[in-house]
Ligand binder design. Structure first.
Ligand SMILES: Cc1ncc(COP(=O)(O)O)c(C=O)c1O
Length: 298
């Protein structure tokens, strides 16, 4: 073995790789399915409606300016998100997908001798990030296929820094009740930071969506993560965001790369954010699919 391997930090050699859903071209080739265009890729819960036409237009317009570095502050995008959510711009942090933000939270909060609590069946990246920062991932068994918040609360130890709640959850597709979530957040010890991963929250009807931004406004220890990858159909661009206290945002800004959101992504996300029609269509499509699937299963 060469120094390329032996000089690497020991635990990096032992990390497991994230296994993404395979490209449709590869699947078509392997299974002899012919035209990949006829395959609908859902392996990473993409939006099969595609991006908002407004986002596509914005990308076309932005294309001729790609020789210029992006706005490292994502000023207009952060302003638009803040306005839409009724928070201030300094409470919004942009990430290269919400995935990047999960990794950056690990960078800020996790190290050897610390731990993070998560559901046994939740987004796998939480566990991978713990391994990356040599923290212990405390995986709590699910109840009724979803987060067992009482058991997660009980699993918190003095060395716990983060607790992850994916709501709606991936891979189980379940939602915890708003009251249970609020009670859980109120019960957390003050040294624990909650990461509320709401990658799919816009797919819930507005009345069902938890008001987790209230906890940001009340300056509780929370980071609310959202993404343009799912409901907004922009997974290929890699753009997500966190809503948190200005102090939380400032910490993430210290550890991110200066131009982590590319200019094309900023332009498209800004346009997508304003396309409520596309979002409503997406929600209707997912609801229809859910009904079809549950009827079929019955
Ligand atoms: C629960 C959850 N969180 C976060 C992500 C990451 O999304 P992205 O990095 O595309 O914003 C995913 C994607 O599959 C997810 O399912």
């Amino acid at each position: 073995m060469s120094a390329v391997t032996t000089s690497a930090k020991g635990w990096i050699n032992a990390l497991s790789l994230y296994q993404p859903g395979r490209p449709v071209e590869e699947v078509a080739r392997e299974l002899g399915l012919g035209d990949p265009e006829t395959i609908v890729k859902l392996a990473s819960n993409e939006n099969s409606l595609g991006p908002s036409p407004r986002a596509v237009e914005a990308m076309k317009k932005a294309a001729s300016q790609m020789h210029i570095y992006p706005d490292g502050d994502s000023f207009y995008l952060r302003s638009a998100i803040a306005k839409k959510l009724g928070v201030s711009r300094n409470e919004v942090f942009m990430g290269h997908g919400s995935n990047e933000i999960i990794a950056l939270l690990g960078h800020v909060y996790l190290e050897s001798g610390t731990s993070a609590v998560m559901s046994e069946q939740a987004f796998v990246v939480y566990k991978l990030v713990c391994a990356l920062y040599q923290a212990e991932a405390i995986e709590v068994p699910t109840r009724d296929f979803t987060h067992d918040l009482d058991a997660m609360r009980a699993a918190i130890r003095p060395d716990t820094r983060l607790v992850f709640v994916a709501n709606p959850n991936n891979p189980t597709g379940t939602v915890v009740s708003n009251d249970a979530l609020y009670g859980f957040l109120d019960s957390l010890p003050d040294y624990v930071v909650a990461v509320l991963d709401e990658a799919y929250v816009e797919l819930l009807s507005p009345e069902r969506q938890p008001d987790t931004l209230r906890f940001v406004r009340e300056r509780k220890n929370v980071f609310v993560l959202r993404t343009f990858s799912k409901s907004y159909g922009l997974a290929g661009l890699r753009v997500g965001y966190a809503v948190a206290s200005p102090e939380g945002v400032a910490l993430l800004n210290r550890v991110r790369q200066p131009f982590n959101i590319n200019a094309m992504a900023q332009a498209a996300a800004l346009a997508a954010l304003e396309d409520d029609g596309h979002l409503a269509q997406t929600r209707a499509m997912v609801e229809e699919g859910l009904n079809q699937l549950s009827q079929g299963a019955r």
